[in-house]
Design a protein around this ligand. Sequence first.
Ligand SMILES: [Zn+2]
Length: 357
Amino acid sequence: MYVQRKSKVHQRKSKHIPRSPLCQYGSHGGTLVVDPFAVAVSIVGGTKGGAIGYGGSLLVAGMVPNPPDGMTWTLGEFTNLFLSTLKSLSKDVVGFKSIAAYHSGLNINPLVTSEEADDGLHKDLHASVPIRIRNKSFVDYIFTCSLEVAASSDLPMQIHIGFGDTDLDLRHANLLHLQPILEDDHFKNCHIVLLHTSYPYSKEASYLSSVYPQVFLDFSLGIPKLSVYGMCSAIKELLELAPLNKVMFNTDGYAFPETFYLGTKWAREVITSVLLDACDGGDLSIQEAIETTQKILRGNAINFYKLDEDTTQIMKSKVVNVAADYHTQYLEMKEGTVHRLPKSLDEAVIALKRMKF
Ligand SMILES: [Zn+2]
């Protein structure tokens, strides 16, 4: 079964310009991306920098402050700033991430009109304080605009799928809602990554990746959040139909060093267990299982995001910085005092161990 599905991944053209891996992290994936919604949040809020990526999107998740005094937003002003910001970021990132699932859901209308989006923007602006982006037409518009930028920049779009927190309606986070987007000729060249093991829609994700060349999978959050049985069964479901070169490791690590450590530890153990079962069942030979492990844990992501040694080194340092930064914020919140920023992941781990809970 696995062997038959070694279909060639649709290869993306490599750019000649070396690209640094990322400038920010997505709000939930921890996956080397910029979140278009976070960008939207920062733009509507009138601050271009602060809310991009981890810095603010995790906390505000679609909430925006009032526009500055005397300022009103039109869809045209919003779109110009939004698109120019995304385009300028596109040189420094390896992909975008959407959390549309947290807003109005994944049933995105690829044909949403600017009139509908304009109406939605004004409804959101006048609905509540702080303002929250939840109007479906406006969210759909942001999503489709982002996807166009991603496609024209030859960057993939990661999409939050499935479980999250109570701010998300799981019914609207079902990836099957994405079919109109996947079928739309306008977006067929944009590579899509279905994040978070797509749990509990892992089987559906596996199916979509087998029928749509542009769909790829990643198993962040499912590992290490689920039970051991849950991790194994979800990864098995993900591999039931998916081509083996379309599935990628991701820890979903954020804030604490342990999230990176546990994601890595359990990914290795679960992949080993699942692929050994595949060998037992006759799907793979031992040699194929070894090659598959290398692909899933490393090679697929390196090829997909077009990473090289330099970029992976920069990524490592950014991961350390993000973890250390969050660790410091947590200490400050916990103890009400200002602490020195840990200089390294090791130092953050030591500091974390010394904490009294
Ligand atoms: Zn997410």
